[in-house]
Design a protein around this ligand. Structure first.
Ligand code: ADP
Ligand code: MG
Length: 262
């Protein structure tokens, strides 16, 4: 199978990294082979997986710029039971160095090609901007998962993201599509959240995941423990929500497979 999913939203603080770490762990817990790639220089997904971003020897920089082999760069079996390509401040340098290369948009796609089918799911945690790293993520990806908070300006930002996805699609990656839209940090008691959520469903229909991620303090605490929430407090609402999301994603993928066989 080897499905590559970029987790992107140019807005910061919407739950991209939290989604990457917890969804990757949830899918790994169902015996899927999962790889997470941290393309954000902040290295939050790396720390949240229990890998010290200040100590780690190789990162996405070595993969993208120095062309070190995947085998040299990958961190096996992190605290979330998935494999990780780490990210840290060096990845900022990668963004600049990439500009020097021919075919700079497809460096990541080329680097992943030999190992893509060793995994069931590959998630790419994107930085909060539409830069060359995000372009590399979207060129390597089959689809884009968009986490969003249901607040007033969210829909506006989403339109800009959709434009980028369709432009990139026509330029470097014709098959690129929206994997799903995920409502994060959701508070059902907030009327605005409900309104925005309704509008989302009107615009994007079935693309909006049924699973909603609630605001849950355990999800915010888990990174300081260096592990996904399910290994910190498995009965927490946050951990359960990401397990439910993993189930929804697996069911969707199976339905697609069935439809393609018909
Ligand atoms: P992004 O990667 O989009 O910048 P993060 O995943 O880092 O966003 O989330 C931003 C902040 O919100 C972090 O401090 C994170 O721990 C917290 N957070 C994310 N999702 C939730 C949630 N569902 N409930 C509570 N806090 C959350
Ligand atoms: Mg992040």
């Amino acid at each position: 199978m080897g499905k590559v999913i970029a987790v992107a939203n140019q807005k910061g603080g919407v739950g991209k990294t939290t989604t990457c770490v917890n969804l990757a762990a949830s899918l790994a817990a169902t015996k899927r082979r999962v790889l997470l790639i941290d393309l954000d220089p902040q290295g939050n997904a790396t720390m949240g997986s229990g890998i010290d971003k200040y100590e780690v020897e190789n990162t996405a920089y070595e993969l993208l710029v120095e062309e070190k082999s995947f085998e040299e760069v990958v961190c096996r079996d992190t605290n979330g039971k998935y494999d990780l390509i780490a990210g840290n401040g060096d990845v900022t340098a990668a963004e600049i160095k990439l500009m020097e290369f021919f075919a700079r948009e497809i460096r990541l796609r080329n680097a992943l090609a030999p190992i893509k089918d060793d995994y069931d799911f590959i998630f790419i945690d994107c930085p909060p901007s539409l830069n060359m790293l995000t372009v590399n993520a979207m060129s390597a990806a089959d689809s884009v998962l968009v986490p969003m908070q249901c607040e007033y300006y969210a829909l506006e930002g989403l339109t800009a993201l959709m434009d980028t996805i369709s432009k990139l699609g026509s330029m470097v990656n014709p098959g690129l599509h929206i994997e799903g839209i995920l409502r994060t940090m959701y508070d059902p008691r907030n009327r605005l959240s409900n309104d925005v959520s309704d509008q989302l469903k009107q615009h994007f229909g079935e693309k909006v995941y049924r699973t909603v991620i609630p605001r849950n303090v355990r999800l915010a605490e888990a990174p300081s423990f260096g592990a996904p929430a399910m290994y910190y407090d498995k009965s927490s609402a946050g951990a359960k929500a990401y397990l439910a999301l993993a189930g929804e994603i697996i069911r969707r993928a199976e339905q697609l497979d069935l439809a393609e066989q018909d």
